[in-house]
Design a protein around this ligand. Structure first.
Ligand code: ADE
Ligand code: ZN
Length: 342
């Protein structure tokens, strides 16, 4: 079995993707037309050609601007359903989705349109394809903590249908400490909490996310490699890192995939996972990320299987479902080993 087929059939969870970052160019143009939203690009080719980024902010400018095509509950339903269909095709059994409500309410979109559209599509995907998913709203770190608390309150009608809360957006200059009270409240309400840290920011931000925000999982976390004691603590605690290798390459967080810290961290015993972040902007879904990493870092089937196991260890899912998913990984590895490998 070719490694590409091994990855295709490997059961996995995806734990770091932004719904707004998964709008494919065809859908983007259709939504712009449907809603009468003026956009700078007239074709799928022009759109794809625009996806070159110098850094995170460069990307975020385009990404937030792109959100303008999302107007109605149906729009949010369609893009969420598109992603979950694509993830199911990559043998993602379970996905945890980021959504940035402030990027929509600040444009005058009612929060109910956003939430009902997304949550309805998640239910449809479970019923039609059997893929389970959970929703994690992320607050934007360039905004004030006060605004994040307003968002937490605005989401109150849907609290029972959320997995947790997260923190995303422009990292440098907006340290985790800025959101200490927001995270304290989320935890007090019983939510899981995650935060982007150490993508462009330093190892000190990763430490802050752990010690001050007390996150259950770190999004990216790459910068931990600069602090050996932190790497040792992460190996010990098994607090997961949701790495996004193709995203890191496109946003110039790493110079090449061969230089990505994924393999070093995996070998050091950390619970690292591989994810797509914003698949339509970064040129790859989760399986593309697994394959590209294998090619650049020579992970082999054992390494790839470990990443899939880690994804279920790191998922916010019931233990019975976790055990079944881990058994499905073992099954696939056993089945693949009975066939010739190229
Ligand atoms: N929002 C969407 N993608 C992001 C990323 N890679 N980093 C921070 N915020 C984001
Ligand atoms: Zn992200």
């Amino acid at each position: 079995m070719h490694v590409s087929d091994f990855v295709a059939g490997l059961p996995k969870a995806e734990l770091h993707m932004h719904i707004e970052g998964s709008i494919e160019p065809e859908r983007f143009i259709e939504l712009a037309r449907r809603n009468g939203v003026a956009i700078r690009w007239q074709s799928v080719e022009e759109l794809r050609a625009a996806y070159h980024f110098e850094n995170l902010q460069d990307f975020l400018d385009l990404y937030y601007d792109g959100c303008r095509v999302l107007q109605t509950a149906q729009d949010f339903h369609d893009v969420t359903r598109d992603y979950l269909r694509r993830a199911h095709a990559d043998r993602v059994l379970h996905a945890e989705l980021f959504l940035g409500p402030q990027g929509h309410t600040s444009r005058g979109v009612p929060i109910a349109s956003v939430m009902e559209g997304v949550l309805g599509a998640m239910e449809a995907a479970r019923d039609e394809d059997g893929i389970t998913s959970g929703l994690i709203p992320v607050v934007q770190r360039h905004r004030s903590e006060e605004e994040s608390l307003v968002m937490l309150d605005a989401l109150q009608p849907w609290h029972g249908r959320l997995l947790g809360f997260g923190l995303g957006g422009a990292e440098v200059g907006n340290p985790p400490a800025k959101f200490a009270e927001f995270f304290r409240r989320c935890r007090a309400l019983g939510f899981k909490v995650v935060a982007h840290a150490g993508e462009e920011g330093p190892a000190a931000y990763v430490r802050e996310a752990l010690d001050l925000l007390r996150v259950d999982r770190l999004d990216h976390g790459n910068a931990c490699v600069d602090d050996p004691a932190l790497v040792a603590a992460l190996a010990d605690s098994r607090i997961p890192l949701t790495l996004c290798p193709l995203s890191n390459l496109k946003l110039q967080v790493v110079d090449s995939l061969a230089a990505h810290p994924l393999k070093r961290l995996l070998q050091a015993g950390l619970c690292v996972t591989v994810n797509s972040d914003d698949p339509s902007y970064f040129g790859g879904y989760v399986n593309d990320n697994y394959r590209a990493c294998d090619e650049a870092l020579d992970l082999g089937r054992e390494g790839l299987a470990q990443l899939a196991r880690n994804s279920f260890e790191a998922a916010f899912m019931p233990d019975a479902q976790r055990r079944a998913a881990l058994a499905a990984v073992d099954d696939w590895v056993a089945r693949a080993s009975r066939r010739a490998v190229h």
